[in-house]
Design a protein around this ligand. Structure first.
Ligand code: EPZ
Length: 420
């Protein structure tokens, strides 16, 4: 397993381009399975979760052709297998997103039951209950979700007890081909859901309430091919901004959008960052000042995103003052604290709350990544620690960040990847 070696203390300053969104590209690639014709998806990020999803499509017989700009042609008409196998699903839980589209388009789907992961149990009960409400027959057998429907799925009125991004996406995709009207209440409103809705509409879907917590879908008989460019990655954007804030530096991020992470930008300004924005860029400048600690509580969009919590915990670790970080979405998503404390941070854990008292300087140490965003927080800590930090198990980080060390090198960081 590769490692990242980071020598801290370098000024972080420069310009990077933000890649396409992982968490929009994954549901959009799954949604191609709904169509009756080939589609072109552009601006996909070149990272492991996307290549896993492409491998999943290929193993079902779907045609996948990638050009040099990571623009992908997907031809779902050649599908010949409706099974998402365990060996792929176990590496990427988001494979569950093919369940709704395959079932809606072909009336049968077998998807390996996604297990939990480091951050929580990650149930899919809301996905399954919603599909049953649309007329699907679902059983779980030998670790597989086996779903079938006699004829088309039927429109239904569904209230999701918990705001779930994946659940909203799966049911939205299934509803787009169902017979009749589906109302999804208490739907997730993340920008990635809006991007998926826009993609489905480009394919010919009929959706009302896009961007709201109530989505009304009038099912159509077929969905067509189209060409679509995936939105920028708001979490990669937030990660580089937070790294620059922790390192008292200055970054210019291109091909991004200020409107998809307003809660994060406001928190960074509270930490003392000077932020300016344009139509497709965001600049953050700390003017060499140490960040001020901020308190935050994660919650569904438009509140502060759980995917940015670990990065802010790392920034708070070297900030002036004390910040309280409350994680409300996942039951075990404060795990990076133990590694940060090994680097000299002063963080107390009380249930789902981390009380972070900033220290002037962290100390380099060998640390181990445990999940995608926790890995990012360890990289941020390494950038500001005194000495050489070795981050192990960085396959976690490769799942969600495209060429992270190259981009950080462009920002002046002393970071390199070594095979272990
Ligand atoms: C998506 O995961 C993202 N992944 C996650 O990003 C993100 O952290 C999460 O949404 C929350 O924003 C992708 O988009 C690929 P959820 P998802 O269903 O859909 C509970 C990253 O770092 N729940 O919104 O799996 C669940 O336990 C990843 O890029 C049920 O109870 O998250 C959790 O507490 C990590 N029953 C809450 O909802 C269900 O059927 C939110 O989970 C489904 C979810």
């Amino acid at each position: 397993m590769d490692k990242l070696i980071i020598t801290g203390g370098r000024a972080i300053s420069g310009e990077v381009r933000i890649s396409g969104s992982k968490n929009s590209g994954l549901p959009i690639l799954a949604a191609t399975l709904l169509a009756d014709a080939p589609l072109h998806i552009c601006n996909l990020p070149h990272l492991n979760d996307i290549t896993t999803m492409l491998a999943l499509l290929r193993c079902m017989g779907v045609g996948v052709t990638i050009d040099e700009k990571m623009c992908v042609e997907v031809d779902p008409t050649s599908i010949n297998d409706f099974t998402a196998p365990y060996d792929l699903v176990k590496t990427m839980r988001a494979s569950i997103l093919v369940l709704g589209p395959i079932l809606a388009r072909h009336g049968v789907a077998n998807v390996s039951f996604p297990g939990g992961c480091a951050i929580g149990s990650r149930p899919v009960d809301i996905h399954l209950r919603g599909l049953e409400a649309m007329g699907a027959e679902i059983e779980v057998d030998e670790g597989y979700i086996r779903a079938k429907s006699k004829g088309r799925l039927k429109g239904a009125h569904i209230f999701m007890d918990t705001v779930t991004v994946g659940g909203t996406e799966n049911l939205l995709m299934a509803a787009s081909l169902a017979d009749g009207k589906t109302i999804l209440e208490n739907a997730a409103r993340e920008p990635e859901i809006v991007d998926l809705c826009n993609f489905l509409v480009a394919m010919g879907a009929n959706i009302e309430g896009i961007g709201s917590d109530t989505l009304t879908v009038y099912g159509v008989e077929k969905l067509n091919g189209c060409t679509y460019s995936v939105m920028p990655d708001r979490i990669e954007t937030g990660t580089f901004l937070t790294a620059a804030a922790a390192a008292r530096g200055r970054v210019m991020l291109k091909d991004t959008d200020q409107h998809m992470l307003e809660a994060v930008l406001l928190k960074l300004e509270e930490a003392g960052a000077h932020i300016s924005t344009g139509p497709d860029w965001i600049e953050l400048d700390m003017k060499g000042n140490r960040p001020k600690a901020v308190s935050l509580k994660t919650a569904p969009y438009p509140a502060f995103p759980t995917d940015m919590q670990a990065q802010f915990t790392a920034m708070n670790a070297v900030a002036e003052g004390t910040g309280t970080v409350i994680e409300t979405i996942f039951e075990n998503r404060l795990i990076q604290i133990h590694e940060l404390n090994r680097m000299g941070a002063n963080i107390k854990l009380e249930g789902n709350t981390a009380i972070v008292t900033g220290v002037e300087q962290l100390k380099a140490a060998p640390v181990m990544a445990s999940d995608l965003r926790a890995s990012a927080s360890l990289v941020i800590a390494g950038l500001v620690a005194d000495g050489q930090t070795v981050v192990d198990r960085i396959y976690h980080i490769d799942r969600g960040y495209e060429c992270i060390e190259e981009k950080l090198q462009l920002l002046g960081a002393n970071i390199r990847r070594v095979p272990s």
